[in-house]
Design a binder for this molecule. Structure first.
Ligand code: UD1
Ligand code: CA
Length: 491
């Protein structure tokens, strides 16, 4: 059967998350390129709810700021005093008014929960005509969780919190995930009757189950196939575990779609990264943000690309890239740093120890070694000699350099911006170019070489250099006999 659209999904995220020991609110901690709460909201959105509601409280400004930027479709409800999960949901219903239809309640700290599992819960809820259906899981260690108490026939009776449970109840391995599908109208009525007479003095949302059952409504459970999905993040150990599980899922999806991941253990890929078939990811690689890798491209080893586009058949090794665009068939690295605004054309090259920023490098152009290219446009088929610097900063402002097509910039050239090198021009190695170079010209801007003959023997007499110079002079005077001559005074 098709799953009916929930009337609302309510995500509880008002808690403090003290065990994270962090200045950052728990639900804003990030895994796989998204805050914990955003993973939950993504799964919730896939269900097409009419309303998406997040309950916030602790570190309210921070969470509000984040959600209004990243999830503007979510309605935020502030729970001033954290008086329990039941109180949180009651606060929502008081703020937004009655909700008819199915209300799904879940948490902001369960990033592994998949939309498919939530759909399974909604399906069970609709098929069985329940007033409430709770998502449960059988876990190896249920300590800390609420336990699902069933009768001999297996019908759900109630949920008992660990702190309120008898020793027999504590032995139950079926835990409450904290995720439920409710009938909205019945939920609102039951919540008014939830008290706080329990070990924690809180309004428990879990009490709604027993209340509805006692009123003669149908109460059911849906057991999650994989308990890992419903385990929340409470500390940084669980955070790293969730990150590992999510990453493995992401890698599996890419591999099944035709991407080679050489070493899944050291490869970390954010949720929004896309890759085409026959892309290869080598060990120690992180692909972050909205990075896209084209067909047959190779990335890594040891590369971190953020919001970067890698064209098909490009090769990117030992590189850090941020906001860069690498053309098809281009090669980058090893040991390159591509900063935002780098656009490398088809079959271009950015080689070893090269840093680029805000630079367009045309088709087939090469910056092979030890160079900084900042604020520049380089045409097609040009070559930038080793150890050149695009001197873009005069200490106050940044300026642009324009290099034409088929230019040959000699090694160790300083291009002092603003400056333009015309098409087909050359610059002599070691030049400091401060004026424009016309197309086809050779620009030489360096001191002329002067050799002071005999300087070393005169001024560094007795040194190993002087001895070597003397031997060379003797060999020159008496070539071919192979006998080492002594003396041979310099001119
Ligand atoms: C709750 C359940 C428990 C279940 C467990 C699963 C209750 C009474 N118990 O226990 O049966 O096994 O979750 O993880 O519901 N929150 C608010 N406002 C509040 C209190 C909590 O928004 O006033 C939010 C928290 O941010 C958190 C979630 O609700 O995301 C759960 O709260 P928490 O206090 O951790 O409940 P547990 O004691 O873990
Ligand atoms: Ca919890």
């Amino acid at each position: 059967m098709s799953v009916p659209r929930p009337a609302a999904v309510i995500v509880l995220a008002a808690g403090e998350g003290t065990r994270m020991k962090s200045k950052t609110p728990k639900v804003l901690h990030e895994i796989s390129g998204r805050a914990l709460v955003d993973h939950m909201l993504t799964a919730a959105r896939a269900l097409g709810p009419e309303r998406l509601i997040v309950v916030i409280g602790h570190a309210r400004e921070q969470v509000e700021g984040h959600l209004s930027a990243v999830s503007p479709d979510a309605r935020l409800v502030v729970q001033e005093k954290r008086n329990g999960t039941g109180h949180a949901v009651r606060t929502v219903l008081e703020a937004v008014g009655p909700i008819d239809g199915t209300v799904l309640v879940t948490y902001g700290d369960t990033p592994l929960l998949r939309a498919e599992t939530l759909r399974g819960l909604l399906e069970r809820h609709a098929e069985d005509g329940n007033a409430v259906t709770v998502l449960t899981a059988v876990v190896p260690d249920p300590a800390g969780y609420g336990r699902i108490v069933r009768d001999d026939a297996g019908a759900v009776l109630e949920i008992v919190e660990e702190k309120d449970a008898t020793p027999e109840q504590r032995a139950i391995a079926e835990m409450n995930s904290g995720v439920y599908a409710f009938d909205g109208a019945l939920l609102a009525r039951a919540l008014r009757r939830v008290g706080a007479a329990n070990a924690q003095g809180e309004e428990y949302l879990t009490d709604v189950l027993a209340i509805l059952r006692e009123d003669g409504h149908r109460v059911g459970a849906h057991v999650a196939a994989d308990h890992v999905e419903v385990e929340g993040v409470n500390d940084r150990v669980q955070l790293s575990f969730a990150r590992r599980v999510l990453n493995d899922r992401i890698l599996r999806d890419h591999m099944r779609a035709g991407v080679t991941v050489v070493d899944p253990a050291t490869t970390w890929i954010d949720v929004d990264v896309t890759m085409e078939p026959d892309a290869v990811v080598h060990p120690g690689t992180q692909l972050k943000g909205v990075t896209r890798v084209g067909a047959g491209a190779e990335v890594g080893p040891h590369s971190t690309l953020t919001d970067t586009v890698v064209g098909e058949e490009a090769v990117v090794r030992n590189t850090v890239g941020e906001g860069a665009e690498i053309g098809p068939g281009a090669t980058v690295g090893p040991f390159a740093y591509l900063r935002p605004g780098t656009v490398l054309g088809r079959k271009g090259k950015i080689g070893a120890y090269v840093e680029t920023k805000n630079a367009t490098i045309g088709e087939g152009s090469k910056v092979p070694h030890l160079t900084y290219v900042g604020d520049a446009t380089i045409g097609e088929g040009s070559n930038i000699g080793a150890a050149s610097v695009f001197v873009n900063y005069d200490g106050v402002s940044k300026h642009r350099t324009v290099v034409g097509d088929h230019v040959r910039v000699g090694s160790d050239t300083m291009l002092v911006a603003p400056v333009t090198i015309g098409d087909g021009a050359y610059t002599a190695a070691g030049s400091v170019i401060t004026n424009d170079v016309p197309p086809g010209a050779m620009a030489v801007a360096r001191g002329r070489q002067r050799n002071i003959e005999g300087w070393v023997v005169r001024r560094r007499a007795g040194s190993s250099s002087a001895e070597a110079a003397e031997r060379a002079a003797a060999d020159r005077d008496d070539p071919g006999d192979g006998v080492r001559a002594d003396g041979g005074a310099p001119r």
